[in-house]
Design a protein around this ligand. Structure first.
Ligand code: SF4
Length: 182
């Protein structure tokens, strides 16, 4: 049987979900014995590959780069997992949505001008610094998602519980102690 190709991606999040992934500790050794990690912040790979089986997505969709890569990931991946509360609900990054249609201008003004200690200016480098979207979105608002793994971050035990199902080809049930937000 072909080894599963597994990816993880980091969008608008604090990397805490990936830290929890690393907390899998010795299960990571078991995991790399069963699957190939083909794209992730924890490996050196620049281009999201074709024919990926599973992708864990950390973070909300906040900017143009997130949006473009998410569509590419969906087209190239069999099973997507919204990984953590930012991906599942928008969570912390989506707090700017409450400031309405002008939230992008307002948060940039607040962060880079009003509270700058020196050299106040908004980041601007076309082609390098991606534009913020008018509204931060959870992953499922943009593309279809097969599984949700809530938690801020999800515990290593919860990540393991889901991966054990997916790697062995069984269907996880959205019930029990491994379902948790916050
Ligand atoms: S869900 Fe929590 S731990 Fe994960 S990226 Fe968002 S804020 Fe960080």
């Amino acid at each position: 049987m072909d080894r599963l190709k597994v990816a993880t991606v980091w969008f608008g999040g604090c990397s805490g979900c990936h830290m929890s992934f690393l907390d899998l500790d010795e299960f990571l050794i078991d995991l790399v014995g069963l699957v190939d990690i083909v794209y992730s912040p924890i490996i050196d790979c620049k281009e999201y590959p074709e024919n990926v089986d599973l992708c864990l997505i950390e973070g909300a969709i906040c900017n143009e780069d997130n949006l473009e890569l998410l569509h590419k990931i969906r087209a190239r991946t069999k099973t997507l997992i919204s990984f953590g509360d930012c991906a599942v609900t928008g969570n912390v990054p989506a707090m700017r949505n409450q400031f309405g249609p002008d939230n992008v201008a307002n948060v940039l003004q607040c962060a880079y001008i009003d509270h700058a200690q020196e050299n106040p200016r908004k980041p601007s480098a076309p082609g390098i610094v991606p534009s913020l979207l008018a509204r931060v979105m959870p992953v499922h608002e943009v593309v279809t998602v097969e599984h949700y793994l809530p938690g801020c971050p999800p515990s290593a035990a919860n990540i393991k519980a889901l991966l054990v199902h997916l790697v062995s080809g069984t269907t996880p049930q959205p019930t029990g102690p491994h379902l948790k937000f916050g």
